[in-house]
Design a protein around this ligand. Structure first.
Ligand SMILES: NC(=O)c1ccc[n+]([C@@H]2O[C@H](COP(=O)([O-])OP(=O)(O)OC[C@H]3O[C@@H](n4cnc5c(N)ncnc54)[C@H](O)[C@@H]3O)[C@@H](O)[C@H]2O)c1
Length: 350
């Protein structure tokens, strides 16, 4: 399956298949002679050798830069090291960077590609459910700063996104659930087929579910590449989720927090925004099917207090995404002081 994304700053194909053989022909790396593969230790052990031999056989000089797995690696120190890695090997503007791994590798490699010599080619080969359905498409790249996550970054669209769903076979169950949190968010945003397929089972419809998620992201990114409006709906469920992640000291995995956040917003939307209660019940059932949480261990007041620090909050206000029904979500600007009443279903006025 191939989905063409026509972002205003550049178009690219997203290829989704189970067992991709001819990776080299999908790179779209133009005149590149050198390829730097940025990966992490887990993914390197599983998938690098095969990729290296395919790219070498296709005539590229291939270099590998391996980070330690985990969010802590998405930092300024590693970012500068990647830039030095490219410079020491005399990478030029025509060469390219490949991100092989999850969203951590994709974000930092993308930011390095966006800024090395003011921008060189970048290819995403995502290997987690989250990176296949979310972070590899759309062109957001970033690193974390001490003051917060994703605070330095750039919009830099890839030349190509190559999704081999076979790599999901080695992905730990917790990481599958992490990706499912975001997929359930897409299911609320879009409704219809993606929701029905998720209800039927991820394993039965893996490629089609990933393709449906990529297609939703495609539509949103094509309309609003730099998040000045519509793209904000992708934050559905994220306002309570970000607060909960912070309150847990980031011990709560993002996808779990998003699943619970989606349920909180669905229930609150049912109480205050005309969303049918049966829609909220349907999403709760879907989360339960996959063993994802539907509640957070924090009070609405705690979640409200933490929202003050959300980077998407502007002063006393926050852009909150609410649901009118499954398949119809919208962004409303509201006072942060309204959040606790809204979350608890006590008629926070939105
Ligand atoms: N740029 C965007 O638009 C965007 C969107 C959402 C999230 N993100 C970012 O994505 C990051 C999270 O990404 P993630 O959830 O993919 O986490 P991750 O990159 O940390 O990967 C999760 C774990 O799975 C391992 N792994 C990866 N692929 C594997 C495989 N096939 N088999 C076995 N193990 C494998 C990794 O080594 C890691 O330990 C966060 O930093 C987040 O900010 C970015």
């Amino acid at each position: 399956m191939v989905i063409r994304v026509e972002a205003p700053s550049g178009g690219y194909d997203v290829t989704i298949e189970n067992g991709i053989k001819d990776v080299a022909s999908l790179l779209c790396a133009g005149r590149a002679e050198k390829i730097a593969v940025i990966t992490d230790d887990n993914v390197r052990a599983l998938y690098y050798n095969d990729l290296e031999s395919r790219l070498t056989n296709a005539g590229y000089s291939v270099y590998c830069c391996t980070l330690q797995h985990g969010e802590a690696s998405k930092n300024g120190y590693n970012y500068l090291n990647i830039l030095e890695f490219l410079a020491e090997r005399a990478f030029s503007r025509k060469d390219a960077v490949v991100a092989l791994g999850g969203g951590v590798v994709g974000d930092i490699a993308g930011f390095a590609a966006a800024t090395y010599m003011r921008g060189i080619g970048f290819i995403q080969i995502p290997t987690t459910l989250l990176s296949m359905t979310d972070s590899s498409v759309g062109g957001k790249t970033a690193i974390d700063l001490h003051s917060g996550k994703n605070l330095a970054g750039a919009f830099w669209q890839p030349l190509s996104v190559i999704i081999d769903t076979q790599t999901l076979k080695t992905l730990p169950d917790t990481e599958i659930k992490n990706g499912l949190g975001e997929l359930i968010k897409y299911a609320v945003i879009e409704g219809g087929e993606i929701l029905e397929m998720l209800e039927d089972g991820l394993e039965k419809h893996t490629e089609s579910i990933i393709a449906a998620a990529v297609d939703i992201k495609r539509k949103i990114v094509e309309a609003d590449e730099k998040e000045s409006g519509l793209r904000r709906i992708l934050n559905f469920g994220h306002t309570p989720a970000h607060a909960a992640e912070k309150l847990s000291g980031y011990a709560m995995p993002h996808g779990f927090a998003v699943a619970a956040g989606v349920n909180i917003i669905m229930n609150a939307s049912a109480a205050s925004c005309g969303c049918p209660a049966k829609d909220a019940a349907r999403i709760k059932k879907l989360c339960e099917k996959y063993g994802l949480p539907t509640e957070l261990p924090y009070t609405p007041e705690q979640l409200q207090n933490e929202a003050v620090h959300d980077k998407k909050a502007g002063g006393a206000f926050v852009d909150l995404v609410i649901a009118r029904r499954i398949g119809k979500v919208e962004c409303v600007r509201t006072e942060i002081g309204n959040l606790s009443g809204f979350y608890s279903g006590n008629g926070g006025k939105l």
